[in-house]
Design a protein around this ligand. Structure first.
Ligand SMILES: N[C@@H](CCC(=O)N[C@@H](CS)C(=O)NCC(=O)O)C(=O)O
Length: 326
C-alpha cells in the first residue's frame, strides 16, 4: 500500500513537471479572446498549462515575456511567444493538425467571418456588456481600458451611454448571426466546427459572463442557442495551472525555435524593428527581426528575467517598422 501510494505520488509529480515544449496559455478567465483559444484546445483535445495574468496593467511578469505586448491571450512554447489569437490558432493547427480549424474548401469565407466577428461584432458586444455592467466592474478596469486607447477615465454615465449606442449596432448584426446559423448545418460552415465558429462564439459567450446577463435580450433563436450549447460542450481540453515564475523559468531555460531567416525589401533579418497593433492598444515591442513573411513577423529580444525570447505576431492587424537610431 505504502509503496503503491509512493509510486502514485511520483507519477503525479512527473506529470506536473514543466516540459519545455508544453503549451502555456497566458490568459484570464473572463477574456473572450482567451475563451476562443481555450475552446480550440478542447476541440483539438490538447493538454495545456494555464498562467493567469492580470486583466489590467501593470502585468510585469507577462510583459517580461512579450516585450511589452499586453493584450490577452498569448501562447508560450519554451522561449517562443505567439501573440494574437489569429497566430495562436495557426500555430496550434501546425502542431496539431487534426481535427482541422481551417476547412480547405471554405478558407476565404471563414476568414471573412472571423474578421467581421472580431473587428465589428465583438466590439458591439463588448461595449454593450461593459456599459450594462458598468457598476459591477472596478473603476481600475474602466480607467485601464480608456488609457489603453489614450483616453481619460470615463464617467459611469458615459460608459453606460456608450453601451447603449453599441447595443443599437449589436441588434442588426445579431440578425446576421441568426441568418448564418439558419442554413441547417450544425456549425457555421458545415458538419464540423471551424475557426469561424470559435471566433463568433466568444463574442456571444461574453454577453453572459457578467451579472447583467444579456444574451436573451438580443436573441431567443433556438438555432443560435443550440449552436452555442454544442460549442460550450466541446470544453477546454486538459488545463493545469502554472505560476508566472515557472513560465519565466521555462522561457529562460529554453532556446527559441530555429526559423528560416528571410524578409522582403528593406525589412531584412538582423534589423532592429518594432511591432505594435494597428490601433496602438499595446506598447510597441522592440527587437531584432528574425523572420517576416506575408503571414507573420518574428522578433528576438533579450530580457533580464525571461532570457532570449522570440515574439511572434501576425501581419494582419500589426504594423512593423524599422527602429530608427536616435
Ligand atoms: N486581436 C487580438 C485581440 C485580443 C484582445 O483584444 N484581447 C482583450 C481581452 S479579451 C485584451 O487584450 N484586453 C486588454 C488586456 O487584457 O489587457 C487577438 O485576437 O488576440
Amino acid at each position: 500500500m505504502g509503496r503503491h501510494s509512493h509510486c502514485y505520488h511520483a507519477m503525479v509529480c512527473l506529470m506536473r513537471e514543466p516540459v519545455m515544449s508544453e503549451l502555456i496559455l497566458h490568459h484570464y478567465d473572463l477574456s473572450p479572446f482567451a475563451e476562443k483559444i481555450r475552446l480550440v484546445c478542447g476541440f483539438k483535445q490538447l493538454a495545456w498549462r494555464s498562467v493567469v495574468i492580470p486583466a489590467v496593467m501593470p502585468k510585469p511578469d507577462y510583459t517580461a515575456l512579450t516585450g511589452g505586448y499586453r493584450r490577452t491571450p498569448s501562447l508560450q512554447i519554451g522561449a517562443d511567444l505567439y501573440c494574437d489569437t489569429r497566430l495562436i490558432a495557426e500555430e496550434l493547427e501546425a502542431r496539431h493538425p487534426s481535427p482541422t480549424l481551417y476547412p480547405p474548401d471554405q478558407r476565404g469565407l471563414m476568414q471573412v467571418i472571423v474578421r467581421w466577428a472580431e473587428e465589428s461584432f465583438f466590439w458591439s458586444c463588448a461595449r454593450t456588456v461593459v456599459g450594462a455592467n458598468a457598476e459591477h466592474l472596478p473603476e481600475t478596469f474602466h480607467a485601464d481600458r480608456a488609457a489603453m486607447r489614450g483616453h481619460a477615465a470615463p464617467s459611469l454615465t458615459r460608459t453606460r451611454a456608450a453601451g447603449q449606442e453599441a447595443a443599437q449596432q449589436l441588434q442588426p448584426q445579431m440578425r446576421w448571426v441568426e441568418d448564418l446559423l439558419g442554413r441547417g448545418t450544425p456549425y457555421l460552415l458545415g458538419a464540423m466546427p471551424s475557426l469561424a465558429d470559435f471566433a463568433l462564439y466568444h463574442c456571444l459567450w461574453f454577453l453572459e459572463q457578467l451579472p447583467q446577463r444579456l444574451l436573451e435580450h438580443f436573441t431567443r433563436d433556438a438555432r443560435v442557442l443550440d449552436w452555442m450549447a454544442r460549442l460550450a460542450a466541446i470544453g477546454h481540453g486538459e488545463r493545469t495551472e502554472l505560476t508566472p515564475t515557472e513560465a519565466l523559468a521555462i522561457a529562460r531555460d529554453s532556446s527559441p525555435q530555429a526559423l528560416p531567416a528571410h524578409g522582403p525589401g528593406e525589412l531584412v533579418p538582423g534589423l532592429p524593428v518594432c511591432v505594435e497593433p494597428e490601433e496602438r492598444t499595446s506598447a510597441p515591442v522592440q527587437g531584432t527581426l528574425v523572420c517576416i513573411d506575408a503571414r507573420r513577423v518574428v522578433l528576438q529580444r533579450e530580457d533580464p528575467r525571461a532570457g532570449l525570447v522570440q515574439v511572434h505576431f501576425p501581419r494582419l492587424g500589426y504594423r512593423v517598422a524599422p527602429l530608427l537610431p536616435h
